[in-house]
Design a protein around this ligand. Structure first.
Ligand SMILES: *Cc1c(COP(=O)(O)O)cnc(C)c1O
Length: 395
């Protein structure tokens, strides 16, 4: 490992050189079934032909001009994305954290417009919103926050899934918005009750706050809808996304509706790289490829994986979480997951992740085939069986 890289990641000792659909390959040609897709990024699979073609074609035409000029691919991407997301306008950024930074600035602009003294945003326990200073301040994980003098006066933290806890801050005149993930990803695949977003939308409406949804991870078909909020009856005021938006090409988006429209004018926000012709053409290719049958597949295969594990190990206290291709298995405390990722990779050639301490997390491609779903189930059940055996006290 090069000592010239800042050691911000505890990396696994493996280097993939090629990807194709749901498989990753090392230099010697060994295939690994990828149930993580670059952390919910390559939702259409690695090197999807339509995305590769878009990158290749645009790379040889025009990569970047800046937002000082009209960018017709950016306009087309905005039309496609806003149409799918049910939102009015979009600002293109380059990552999830930047999209959320934009949302938090919108919240402050909204507070300012209302003549508020301060602009506090209500956020949740176990939330993850990014690594910039403002978004890491909105994030809950103590490891991500430690030592950075986070901007805690700007946030109020309440339990996730508890709308009543949000409502208790109605009397606080400094609050201007609620920022929440419809399903928490990094925080452990927590899935709230079906009416949670409806309740939050009502509270935000009653208090004239912005309801801001962080769909960086849940967006772009991951849960079986373009955006997870579309499983509910609400529309957010602000909606952010990234990850699956570029299928691996770095791009983020912050979208607005209704009362959040018109808060920014010329000069109030910007990004040199945001929405380049190249990034925008990739977004167009993703949204021209993503369709109902792919999203239905995400639901069908995701449900199959959850059902198979529960059917096989139901009596071992394992609980399935998530929706569509956002899959979590909360394991009982008796099972040690510290070696699960290494074991999955080295013994079963399966790429997984562990989050929240005791949750096996899978974020497979939305396009996972029947055969690959079965292969994933076989590998995963073998892995879990082995972990359970290791936890049995020896006779
Ligand atoms: C990954 C993630 C982010 C941060 O995105 P980056 O592209 O890493 O900046 C923010 N919010 C959620 C919910 C995420 O899953």
């Amino acid at each position: 490992m090069s000592t010239h890289l800042m050691p911000t990641y505890a990396r696994q000792p493996i280097n993939f050189v090629r990807g194709d659909g749901s498989y990753l390959y090392t230099a010697d040609g060994t295939a690994y079934l990828d149930a993580l897709t670059g952390i919910a990024v390559c939702g259409l699979g690695h090197c999807h032909p339509a995305i590769t073609a878009a990158i290749q074609a645009q790379a040889s035409e025009l990569v970047h001009t800046s937002n000082l000029f009209e960018v017709s691919w950016q306009e087309k991407a905005a039309d496609l994305l806003c149409q799918a997301a049910g939102m009015e306008q979009v600002f293109f950024a380059n990552s999830g954290a930047e999209a959320n930074e934009c949302a938090l600035k919108l919240a402050r602009a909204y507070a300012h417009k209302q003549g508020k003294r301060r602009a506090k945003v209500i956020v949740m326990d176990n939330a993850f919103h990014g690594r910039t200073l403002l978004t890491v301040s909105a994030t809950a994980n103590p490891k991500a926050r430690a030592g950075f003098y986070t901007l805690d006066e700007d946030f109020i933290r309440v339990p996730f899934g508890d709308a009543a806890a949000v409502a208790t801050h109605s009397a606080d005149a400094d609050v201007c918005a609620v920022l929440v993930e419809p399903i928490q990803g990094e925080g452990g695949l927590h899935t709230p009750a079906d009416d949670y977003l409806e309740q939050l939308a009502q509270i935000c409406h009653d208090n004239d706050w912005l309801l801001m949804l962080d769909e960086v991870q849940t967006g772009n078909g991951r849960t079986g809808k373009y955006f997870a909020y579309q499983h509910s009856s609400i529309t957010p005021d602000v909606l952010t996304t990234a990850k699956g938006l570029g299928n691996g090409f770095p791009v983020g988006a912050c979208m607005v509706n209704g009362k959040a429209v018109g808060l920014f004018g010329a000069g109030s926000h910007g990004s040199t790289y945001g929405g380049t012709p190249l990034a925008s053409r990739v977004v167009c290719a993703v949204y021209e490829t993503l369709n109902d049958s792919i999203m239905q597949n995400a639901i069908t295969q995701g449900d199959k994986i959850r059902a198979a594990v529960i059917y096989t190990f139901g009596d071992h206290g394992i609980h399935a979480r998530g929706r569509g291709m956002m899959i979590g298995f909360a394991m009982p405390d008796t099972i040690d997951l510290t070696k699960a990722v290494d074991l999955a990779r080295d013994e079963y050639r399966l790429i997984i992740n562990v989050t929240g301490g005791n949750v096996i997390r899978l974020l497979p491609a939305l396009t996972l085939s029947d055969a690959d779903t079965q292969a994933l189930i076989d590998k995963l059940c073998a892995l879990i069986g082995k972990l359970i055996d290791a936890a049995q006290p020896s006779m």
